[in-house]
Design a protein around this ligand. Structure first.
Ligand SMILES: Cc1ncc(COP(=O)(O)O)c(C=O)c1O
Ligand SMILES: [Zn+2]
Length: 421
C-alpha cells in the first residue's frame, strides 16, 4: 500500500486573479497561494499580495452591479461570474439627512449592507471564500460564526451545491439559527461562546482533509471580500474618499479591509489621496479593542463577551491590533456603548432613516452619536457609517422597547381617544 500523499491537485492558471502570493502581515515572509493562514516563520496572519493590472474607473463602472465589478482587485478568477454564487454587493449608500440633523452633523451617509442576499455584509466575504474553496477543490464549506456568517455560508454553499457545516454558539438569536438551518442540514450549535466555537473549528480543520473553513484556513481570501465595501463607498461618492468612517468591530477584519481598499484605490490612482479618519465601534459587553485603545496600549486582553450585540461578540479579536494601528494612525478612535445605547441606536436609525438595523448597526449608530457628543468626531466633515446587518435577525433586542401605541376597538371614537390624530 502506498503512503497517503499530501499533494494537492495543481491550481488552474488565474485561479486567484492577480493575487501573486500570501504575505505575512508581521514579517513580510511570502508563501505560495494555498489554503494557509498563518506564517510558517512567525505565525503572523497571512494576507493576499497582488500585482494589480492597470484598472480604470470606466472598466469598473461597466461591470455587474455586484462585488464582481471589482474582480480585478480580488483573489478570484476572471470567469468568477460564471459560477453560482449569491452575487452580493453594490448596496445603497444613502444620504442620511434626518439622522445628520438629529446629531448635528453637516453630511452623513449610511452604507446599508442589510440588503445583501442574506441580509448582512458577510455575503461579500463568503463569495470570495467560496471562490477559493472551489479553486482548492474543497469538499466541505464550513465556518464558526456569531450568526450572520453562518447564514451567508449556508446560503452560498446551497447555491453552489457544496456541503456546508456551520458551527454557532448555542445561545444565538433564534432568527439567526433559523436563517442558517433553512439552508443546511448541518448546523451545529456548540455549548460555548464564539471563541470556543472558533477553537473547535480550528481543531476540525486540522483533523479533516478538504474542508474550507471560510474564516480559518481560507481567511486571507475571505477577508478580501470586505474591501468591496470600501471600493463601493468611494465609487458611490463619485470616486472620492469620505473624511470620516465609523465601522463595527468584532474580529476587526472588516475595518482593516475597508482601510486597505481606500489605500489600494489611492495607489491605483482611482481616487485622490486625502486624509480620512477611521473609527471602530464596539459594545461595552465585548470591547477588548476599545479598552486597549483608551488605555493607550498595543496589546489586546481577551474578554468573555456579555452583550446583546451577539454578532460583535468576539472576545479575542484576530485583527484587533491592526484596528488599533489604523484608528490611531488615521486620527480616528475606537469607542464603545452600553446595551441600552445599542437599543437606542437601532430605534434612532429606524425612526430617522427608515432603516432597521441589527444590534451591530445599533452599536455603530450609538458609537457615532457618542463620538459626536464627546467631540471625537468632526461634525463639519463628511461622515459615512456602515450598517452591516438587518434588524429582523435580532428582533428581541428591541421588542421590549417598541410596541403598538394603542390597542383599540375598531371605532373612530376609540381611535380619537388615543390622541394620535
Ligand atoms: C452584522 C455584523 N457586523 C459586523 C461584524 C464584524 O465583523 P469583523 O469580524 O470583520 O470585525 C460582524 C461579524 O460577525 C457582523 O455579523
Ligand atoms: Zn511572519
Amino acid at each position: 500500500m502506498s503512503a497517503p500523499t499530501l499533494e494537492r491537485p495543481a491550481l488552474r492558471a488565474g485561479a486567484f486573479g492577480h493575487a501573486t502570493a500570501l504575505s505575512c502581515r508581521e514579517c513580510g515572509h511570502r508563501v505560495d497561494l494555498g489554503p494557509h493562514y498563518a506564517c510558517p516563520e512567525c505565525f503572523g496572519p497571512l494576507e493576499i499580495a497582488y500585482d494589480f493590472p492597470r484598472v480604470t474607473r470606466e472598466q469598473i463602472e461597466a461591470g455587474p452591479r455586484n462585488i464582481w465589478r471589482y474582480k480585478a482587485l480580488l483573489p478570484v478568477p476572471d470567469d468568477i461570474e460564471t459560477s453560482p454564487n449569491t452575487e452580493p454587493g453594490f448596496t445603497r449608500l444613502l444620504p442620511a439627512q434626518n439622522l445628520a440633523a438629529e446629531l448635528g452633523l453637516a453630511k452623513l451617509w449610511v452604507k446599508d449592507d442589510s440588503t445583501n442576499p442574506t441580509n448582512s455584509f458577510k455575503d461579500r466575504v463568503v463569495a470570495c471564500a467560496l471562490s477559493a474553496a472551489r479553486e482548492f477543490g474543497s469538499k466541505v464549506f464550513a465556518c464558526p460564526s456569531t450568526g450572520n456568517l453562518a447564514n451567508a455560508v449556508a446560503a452560498a454553499g446551497a447555491r453552489a451545491g457544496i456541503k456546508t457545516v456551520v458551527l454557532i454558539p448555542s445561545n444565538l438569536e433564534q432568527p439567526k439559527q433559523v436563517n442558517s438551518a433553512v439552508f443546511t442540514d448541518s448546523l451545529v450549535a456548540v455549548e460555548g461562546n464564539y471563541d470556543d466555537v472558533n477553537k473547535l473549528a480550528s481543531e476540525i480543520a486540522g483533523e479533516e482533509d478538504g474542508w474550507a473553513f471560510v474564516n480559518v484556513n481560507v481567511r486571507p481570501y475571505y477577508a478580501e471580500g470586505s474591501k468591496t465595501l470600501g471600493y463601493e463607498i468611494a465609487e458611490q461618492l463619485g470616486w472620492r474618499l469620505p473624511d470620516q468612517i465609523v465601522i463595527p468591530v468584532a474580529s476587526g477584519s472588516q475595518l482593516t479591509k475597508v482601510h486597505k481598499a481606500f489605500q489600494e484605490l489611492i495607489a491605483l490612482g482611482l481616487v485622490e489621496d486625502k486624509p480620512y479618519r477611521v473609527f471602530g465601534a464596539q459594545a461595552q459587553g465585548c470591547s477588548p479593542v476599545s479598552v486597549a485603545y483608551k488605555a493607550g496600549v498595543d496589546a489586546i486582553r481577551p474578554v468573555k463577551p456579555d452583550t446583546i450585540a451577539k454578532s460583535l461578540a468576539i472576545g479575542n479579536p484576530a485583527d484587533g491590533i491592526y484596528v488599533l494601528d489604523i484608528c490611531r494612525e488615521t486620527g480616528g478612535a475606537v469607542e464603545d456603548v452600553t446595551d441600552d445605547e445599542v437599543r437606542d441606536g437601532i430605534v434612532l436609525l429606524a425612526r430617522t432613516e427608515g432603516i432597521f438595523t441589527e444590534t451591530a448597526g445599533g452599536t455603530t449608530v450609538a458609537v457615532l452619536r457618542k463620538l459626536v457628543e464627546t467631540g471625537q468626531l468632526d461634525t463639519a466633515l463628511e461622515t459615512v457609517v456602515i450598517n452591516t446587518g438587518h434588524g429582523l435577525k435580532t428582533l428581541d433586542a428591541v421588542s421590549g422597547s417598541v410596541a403598538p401605541a394603542a390597542t383599540i376597538a375598531p371605532s373612530y371614537a376609540a381611535f380619537a381617544a388615543t390622541g394620535i390624530a
